[in-house]
Design a protein. Structure first.
Length: 121
């Protein structure tokens, strides 16, 4: 089992990931909502997009061209990759449901406190 638990990622399409080895999908969604919701006004609904990814601890070059060693979010499996769920915020006016491999979940206002969220349809 990997040491990866959860983390924020910058410079790419998805900006948060949660380990599939340690959490169920429902637990991962709750963790993502708790970590992403504070960035949204409390009176606003938003869409949480959930997809599949892998994370791997390795050396690389970040979006600023600087060398970096750490966890990297990747979309194909490699040696020593950890399976994970990846998350990003979608737009409310986007088509709901499953799109480009992402499940879209409408998050109600204050969902982090209430523990609510439902599939967008």
């Amino acid at each position: 089992m990997s040491k990866f638990d959860q983390g924020c990622f910058g410079g790419g399409y998805d900006d948060f990931a949660v380990s599939k080895e340690k959490y169920t999908k429902d637990q991962a969604i709750a963790i993502a909502i708790d970590n992403i919701e504070p960035c949204h006004p409390k009176d606003e609904e938003w869409i949480l997009c959930v997809g599949d990814c892998w994370v791997r601890h390795r050396a690389g070059v970040n979006e600023d061209g600087e060398p970096q060693v750490g966890w990297w979010l990747e979309y194909s499996e490699h040696t020593q990759s950890c399976p994970a769920w990846c998350f990003h915020v979608g737009k409310l006016n986007q088509r709901n449901g499953l799109s480009r491999g992402y499940e879209k979940i409408r998050v109600a206002r204050g969902a982090a406190q209430a523990g609510e969220g439902e599939n967008a349809e």
